[in-house]
Design a protein around this ligand. Sequence first.
Ligand code: FDA
Length: 309
Amino acid sequence: MLRQPLLMLARSSQVKDLVTRMPVSSGLVARYVPGERTSDAVEATRDLVVDGRLATLDFLGEDTLDESRAEATVDAYLELLDALSREGLARSAEVSVKLSAIGQALPEIGPKLSLENARRICGAARNVGTTVTLDMEDHTTTDETLATLRELRKDFPETGAVLQAYLHRTEEDCRALAYEGSRVRLCKGAYSEPDTVAFQDRHEVDRAYVRCLKVLMAGHGYPMVATHDPRMIRIAGAFATRFDRAPGTYEYQMLFGIRTDEQKRLAGSGERMRVYVPYGQEWYGYLMRRLAERPSNLTFFMRSLLSQK
Ligand code: FDA
């Protein structure tokens, strides 16, 4: 019930100004975001690697309408990739990129600019021995993002895609992307979407997730099972057995700070387990989407806000 209003607030600049006065170290933010600096992201990666987990790092930011900000985001990724390489962590950590953070939404030049920027990040990632995955944002960007993915994959076939099971179109997109070498992260979907394009009922979304997962696990690509849902994780395991997939031909993914014990359990049982680590100052939209998934965090959130001076 609270999901839609919270997702609307995720795009309100007034609430954003109020909320972002909270320090990143305050309880709730720190649960989901390890810090604001490159060194925080590297530190978090090192902690994951110690117990056999992998990372995908997201320099936070989205919906940029400013070319210099898009450029600064590219620079942040280049700095991060360099730091990971220097620390010997580049093979255990890839990066996740939102095209809207690197210019996709800029009028007229957006698609071309974000493609060029993504190419630079993909080139730097390849140079240090790792990969890039393009995050998926709201449904108005899906076609454009998949078009950019197709272009990028001509030079960087290792580039990963994200598909959101809540969209009606996604089962078809899974079929189109289940080819050899194609890395596809399947998530349920985190944005507020109309019923013309997306399932609204939680059970319907779960059923769609299972249908999509089946297509990906039965296919020839590399599925990345991004969910914290115990049922979906069990079903992914059953599909792996049914379609004769050895560990290492697919992976599980979860968000930093969510179901950490389960992350460790999966990694300890020999599965590939990758954790999505967001870092940076622009944590507002990300935090609001996490709150929308877990409204029970709301009381804690309100208390953190009210305790600000
Ligand atoms: P569901 O929401 O049903 O949660 C299952 C269980 O997980 C809950 O019962 C609870 O135990 C736990 N849980 C879930 N969310 C929690 C939270 N915020 N706090 C505490 N516990 C929580 N979305 C998108 O639209 N585009 C994208 O590019 C990505 N990328 C992405 C990468 C990775 C690695 C992950 C794991 C997820 C994404 N997402 C995403 C987010 C995704 O779409 C979805 O919103 C969340 O993963 C929550 O859905 P679950 O599948 O976990 O199920």
